[in-house]
Design a protein around this ligand. Structure first.
Ligand code: SF4
Length: 253
């Protein structure tokens, strides 16, 4: 079994609990305006003008050969492997095989997903994944479509089903000043977290413009040409607005 992988990062602490190895799978059905990995979106490998390639075929064994050496760190820190991308569910068989291989080795598995996949695809991962890192990008369906290319009906229906099925979920919310940080969306984030006990944490992810350079490098036109990081005051206001609606832990990424 092989898949297209565009990066493997060891020693990370942001994509789930503890020390983690993040495996980045290529391909994504969405087109988020702020995408920080625009070179991940197409399913096939891509080559930049300077000859840099993004994506290569790897077997499950090759990926696991990079994941397994950090087993002692996972064990000591409560960490593990995170499948991310791109959208891991765009390569469902490969992602599932990786999750199973990690589980067999006793490694905690997190799946970072937009949730935009048939429920049957997502449900298949329930027995193989310890923690779902689930994106919530915009509460309003029209705004969601404008910002990502699709409305959020399937994504929110899947979130409900995932919670009902007993999954552990961290809700991950990218926030871009003036784009999707309106009061109604911040309130909706808190309300979803309050209503679904399966959501153990809300992670607010402040926009960063690092995707812009990657867009240019790979010959893509940025959908959002916003170069500034949100200020601390803005981030604090986001935290306060969401915390006002829920007792669930709310943190900044
Ligand atoms: S879901 Fe993630 S990888 Fe896909 S377009 Fe959005 S930000 Fe980029």
């Amino acid at each position: 079994m092989t898949g297209i992988v565009f990066d493997i990062k060891r020693g990370g602490v942001k994509d789930g609990p503890g020390i983690r190895t993040s495996v980045f799978l290529k391909g994504c059905p969405l087109r988020c305006a702020w995408c920080h990995n625009p070179e991940s979106q197409l399913p096939q490998p891509e080559t930049a003008a300077d000859g840099t390639t993004c994506g290569r075929a790897m077997s499950v064994d090759e990926v696991m050969a990079e994941v397994l050496p950090d087993l002692p760190f996972y064990a000591a820190s409560g960490g593990g492997m995170t499948l991310t991308g791109g959208e891991p569910l765009a390569q469902p068989d490969f992602a599932f095989a990786l999750a199973q291989a990690a589980r067999t080795a006793g490694i905690h598995v997190a799946l970072d997903t937009s949730g935009f996949a048939p429920w049957e695809t997502l449900a298949r991962f329930l027995p193989a994944v310890d923690l779902f890192l689930y994106d919530f990008k915009a509460a309003d369906p029209t705004r969601h479509k404008a910002l990502t290319g699709t409305d959020n009906a399937l994504i929110l229906a899947n979130l409900e089903k995932l919670a009902a099925a007993g999954a552990r979920i961290f809700l991950r919310c990218p926030l871009v000043p003036g784009v999707n940080d309106d009061a109604a969306h911040l309130a909706a984030i808190g309300d979803w977290a309050e209503r679904l006990p399966a959501i153990e944490e809300v992670t607010l992810e402040p926009y960063h413009p690092l995707g812009l350079e990657k867009c240019r490098k790979f010959g893509k036109t940025p959908l959002l040409d916003q170069t500034e990081f949100p200020s601390k005051a803005t981030c604090d206001a986001w935290l306060a607005a969401v915390r006002a609606r829920t007792s669930t832990r709310v943190v900044l990424a």
